[in-house]
Design a protein around this ligand. Structure first.
Ligand code: EAX
Length: 332
């Protein structure tokens, strides 16, 4: 009798233990870590967006997904991270369109200089049918376009001289993104465009491998470029979108509900990033002046636009004018 009850207690205990183990296994299996990468510092507008992505996805999924943020290019430059999405070594990336045209040529249109005149116009186009059709193109190229986010209007910095007209760019070594439309535009302005991944840029400026670079106020602030660049010219020569991209290897394996959480998290990320871009557009220039940069605000954009014009023909000769016409004819 005694033995029997002992056996029963034991078997209950064992049963309870395996139930607990099974539950643990379910939890362990159900909680999936999502690796999110971007190239900017943990104080940047991308990090604000990454935090919003994390908060939203973890909340909507009730902890089923846990997001691990990898800022500062710790997973590589933007081109390398996009490749990572395609082979499944990275799950989510916040990136500029810099290297994106190499994967999805339709996005080159967005890199044309002076395409957009204001944040309102750019956001309106990206939030409408045109932006959606470009996001849809991602899936034809082994990527998932989750949401358009924002980097900002790009301006030129350098260590040599104030830039007021395209002539001031002659013979200046300017780092550009690994993007042929950008390179073409700088070539037309008689600068020496030097394509380079972002994580290499600070050192290249420091060592004088290049004299200058171009990026939005957001990036100039987040990367402390004042430490290696004396002059900033508010050329606003191109609007630089950002995009939240997902890995098809991850997303194709999820349920519709789970995928929906990723899209919502990306939208929340984009909204938070855009708000931070707007804040830095208000406060950033003063901060950069306080840090010692000489800022040229009074830039006549007409000669820059003229100098960039051939880039449009080179683009349309290769990719046609359909996308460009659509953007220029939009109500935005
Ligand atoms: O996406 O490469 C660049 O200059 C980008 O603007 C930067 O990585 C943020």
């Amino acid at each position: 009798m005694k033995t029997k009850s002992l056996r029963r207690t034991l078997s209950l205990a064992v049963g309870g233990f395996s139930a607990a183990l099974a539950l643990f296994a379910v939890n362990a299996q159900a909680q999936q870590t999502i690796n999110l990468g971007h190239t900017l510092s943990d104080s940047s507008h991308y990090s604000v967006g990454a935090d919003a992505f994390k908060e939203t996805l973890e909340r909507l999924s009730n902890g089923e997904f846990k997001v691990l943020e990898h800022p500062s290019g710790s997973l590589g430059g933007e081109r390398a991270m996009i490749e990572g999405l395609q082979i499944g070594t990275v799950d989510v990336v916040i990136t500029s369109t810099g290297p994106l045209g190499n994967f999805v040529p339709e996005t080159y249109v967005l890199d044309l200089p002076f395409l957009f005149e204001s944040y309102e116009q750019a956001r309106c186009v990206l939030d409408g049918d045109i932006g959606q059709s470009l996001l849809d193109k991602m899936s034809e190229n082994n990527l998932v376009g989750l949401a358009w986010s924002e980097n900002g209007f790009r301006h030129i910095t350098n260590s040599k001289r104030p830039i007021k007209t395209p002539k001031d760019l002659v013979d200046l070594k300017v780092r550009t993104m690994e993007n042929k439309v950008h390179m073409e535009a700088f070539e037309q302005m008689d600068a020496h465009p030097t394509p380079m991944a972002f994580p290499e840029l600070f050192t290249a400026l420091q060592q004088g491998t290049v004299d200058g670079q171009e990026n939005p106020i957001t990036v100039i602030v987040a990367t402390k470029f004042w430490e290696v660049q004396d002059y900033l010219s508010l050329t606003g020569h191109v609007y630089s979108p950002a995009i939240v991209l997902g890995s098809p290897i991850l997303l194709d394996g999820l349920t519709d509900e789970q995928r929906g959480w990723f899209f919502k998290a990306a939208k929340a990320s984009a909204a938070a990033t855009r708000a931070e871009v707007s804040r830095l557009e208000r406060d950033g220039v003063k901060l950069l002046r306080d840090k010692g940069m000489e800022v040229e605000t009074d830039i006549d954009k007409a000669p820059f636009k003229k100098a960039a014009e051939p880039a449009y023909k080179i683009y349309t000769d290769q990719y046609g004018s359909k996308m460009l016409d659509l953007i220029q004819a939009s109500d935005c």
